[in-house]
Design a binder for this molecule. Structure first.
Ligand code: GCW
Length: 678
């Protein structure tokens, strides 16, 4: 049967052993639900899900029928008024829920309405995976901010989007038909995402015109029933470019007043708006530095405007100079985050969160965590991840990203020689800040696969689950996703798990190893191999490859000093070539091609071998996928087969392009005689 990919993991497909589920409630009781409330949505979802998964129809009521078992869903307050005290709910945090399938009723209680909806989705996820055993537990979020970012432009195009035009904008305005937006909000709610920034961080000031503000209202209206709050990216120069003022100086009172006024106007149409996202003084975007004001002055201007409305300002740490001089051995884009933000620690208002890309450069296949996470102690922070595979193959290459994110989140930065995992910094636990969390750039489009590939949706799913609970294991999250998206067949689960878990190492192997970055073309599409494009320009993604040696010297003793931006224990490790792990060797050190790795291989031989290994793994993905023919609906089977075939070919292109490039430079032969002219 044809599958509609847009339903993703919310298919509610009939489970094979539906009849073994013993609990058959006579009604769904949705407490205090009004039509736009997440409780109402929860009731409808439960009804729909149970009809699909178990094949039974249940009515939704406002109150319980005497004497017959029900599924009761509501907030703590509403529940306790009717059913009396519930001890477990004392442990509930904001957006958290309690789920019990142990008693006479199934009880789904949220700390707030959104939490109740999350509980309903959790129950349905369990049913959909035949997890029928009775359970009772509280689940709370790891952090309050669990957002997605979309880089959609008003003309309907999407920066770094690989799934067709925008679902939010067209021809300069918010779209009329918001059906797809509601469907997306539903997907997001099911993975406990509570905020979405709908437009590009390279923001167009025209978003603020009256017609678009009305449009934002319509978008927020369809997302509200899912508990997903809308937010927008702002162009820092809007007071001048859109408002007609002669300045956008954040300390100019009339600029301040202009922002307060437009913010009030937006909030009067979207009273629960999540807040703003701001990219300032980065890659040509305007910002406070134009007026010799600090980045904190800039951020706080928006903080003042949104504060009365309960809004948050996500201020991006992705600030760097893209015209640095490659001839300067000690220049380093990786230093920019700390250099721009360190002295501002403590100067941001309480409702500002500094949003930091996971690594110091830019979503590369392998980076150490940004040192800014351990630098900012008096500032709320969030991590920025990418679901959209900008440098990682544009969804044409299978790269399951949860293991990469897990490594970063679990990384212990040892601030003050104390445990300081990135996940505990962004949750606000480590430095006791008021806010924190994560944002992922997703860039969904109108394509029915949402992001361009059915398999890539495991990344969106895993992002939401890990934002809620980073302690989950990437393979377990993946298998939940497979069962919900593709069903229970053992071979399907095992094969897709195997492919997915091999995919990030394979991609790293046939693109850029040893911390050299992805080696993707950086001057045009961020796609395909182009190692030469990294060097000799102002972008600072340098590899410094020459005839004898390569890598960025980020040591203090001889290089850019970047290692010192980390706390002492980490700094010592990266300062020393012996203690730097091989997978970041060329990130921190400039070494000869003949340098020996811990494996005993030379750097250049490792390059050759890894590119052959990685590309050969990509070939096996095709065969693995083809072994599933007949077990997956034709539509999704063929779509994935096409992409895997493409990836297999492109992996060979990658392998040969990179190997030949370094062979040409170094003229060092491949011991296995595969590379070069033989
Ligand atoms: O890496 C760069 C991307 C830009 C993006 C920028 C950013 C939206 O190539 O497309 O701009 O990062 O994150 O701001």
């Amino acid at each position: 049967a044809a599958e509609d990919g847009s339903r993703a993991w919310l298919r509610y497909a009939r489970v094979p052993n539906a009849s073994s589920y013993r609990f058959l409630p006579s009604s769904i009781v949705a407490l205090n639900s009004t039509s736009s409330s997440p409780i109402y949505t929860a009731g409808r979802e439960l009804q729909k899900g149970i009809r699909g998964i178990l094949g039974t129809h249940i009515n939704i009521n406002g109150t319980a029928k005497q004497g017959s078992p029900s599924i009761v869903v509501g907030t703590v307050d509403a529940y306790q008024k009717i059913y009396g005290d519930l001890d477990e709910v004392e442990d509930l945090a904001g957006d958290g829920f309690f789920l019990s399938t142990e008693g006479r009723n199934v009880v789904i209680v949220g700390q707030n309405e959104r939490g109740a909806l999350y509980g309903a989705f959790e129950y349905l996820s369990r049913l959909g995976q035949e997890k029928f055993d009775p359970v009772a537990y509280v689940s709370n979020p790891h952090a309050p901010i669990r957002w997605v970012n979309e880089w959609d432009n008003l003309d309907g195009s999407i920066e770094r989007g690989y799934a067709g035009p925008s679902i939010f904008f067209r021809d300069g305005y918010v779209v009329d038909n918001v059906t797809r937006v509601a469907e997306y909000a539903r997907l997001l709610a099911s993975i406990r995402i509570n905020g979405i920034i709908i437009n590009n961080v390279n923001a167009n000031p025209e978003l603020l015109n009256s017609r678009n503000i009305e449009g934002l209202g319509r978008l927020a209206d369809v997302m509200r029933p899912y508990g997903v709050q809308l937010g927008i990216s702002l162009n820092f120069a809007s007071p001048q470019r859109f408002g007609g003022l002669d300045s956008f100086d954040p300390l100019d009172p009339k600029v301040d007043a202009w922002w307060a006024n437009i913010t009030d106007k937006i909030y009067s149409r979207v009273p629960d708006m999540a807040g703003y996202l701001v990219k300032a003084n980065s890659e040509g975007q305007p910002g406070p530095l134009t007026y010799n004001r600090t980045l904190a002055d800039g951020a706080n201007m928006f903080a003042r405007a949104t504060k009365p409305h309960g809004g948050i300002v996500m201020f991006r740490a992705f600030v760097y100079d893209n015209h640095i001089n490659p001839a300067n051995w000690t220049a380093d884009r990786a230093n920019a985050g700390v250099e721009f933000f360190q002295h501002l620690d403590g100067k941001f208002d309480d409702n500002v969160v500094v949003q930091i890309k996971y690594g110091p450069i830019d979503f590369q296949v392998r980076e150490p965590p940004s040192p800014l996470f351990s630098t900012l102690r008096k500032t709320s922070t969030a991590i920025e991840l990418q679901v959209t595979q900008e440098y990682l193959g544009h969804q044409c290459h299978l790269v399951y990203l949860a293991p990469l994110w897990k490594e970063i989140l679990e990384y212990d930065l040892r601030a003050d020689d104390k445990p300081s995992k990135v996940k505990d910094i962004i949750s606000s636990e480590r430095f006791k800040r008021p806010l924190g969390g994560s944002a992922a750039v997703v860039n969904v489009g109108t394509n029915t696969t949402w992001i361009g590939s059915h398999l890539a949706m495991s990344n969106l799913y895993a992002y939401g689950i890990m934002a809620w609970d980073p302690s989950v294991e990437p393979d377990e999250v993946l298998q939940d996703w497979i069962r919900l998206t593709f069903g229970f067949d053992r071979q399907v689960i095992e094969t897709m798990t195997d492919m997915s878990l091999k995919s990030w190492p394979a991609y790293e192997n046939y693109t850029g190893n040893l911390g050299i970055q992805t080696l993707t073309d950086i001057l045009y599409a961020h796609y395909g191999p182009n190692p030469a494009s990294q060097d000799n320009n102002g972008w600072g993604q340098w590899t410094r490859a020459d005839k004898d040696s390569l890598g960025m010297d980020r040591t203090v003793k001889n290089g850019t000093g970047n290692a010192r931006q980390y706390p002492p224990a980490i700094a010592r490790m990266y300062e020393n070539v012996e203690t730097t792990p091989d997978n970041l060797l060329l990130w921190f050190h400039h070494v000869p091609y003949t340098q020996r790795l811990k494996s005993g291989k030379t750097v250049i031989q490792h390059f050759y071998d890894a590119h052959y290994d990685g590309a050969s793994v990509a070939q096996t993905f095709v065969k693995q996928w083809e072994s599933l023919e007949g077990k997956i609906d034709v539509e999704r089977y063929e779509h994935v087969r096409f992409l895997q075939t493409y990836q297999a070919g492109h992996a060979l292109v990658w392998r040969d392009a990179i190997n030949q490039f370094y062979y040409n430079l170094s003229e060092i032969p491949d011991e296995a005689k595969r590379v070069g002219n033989h």
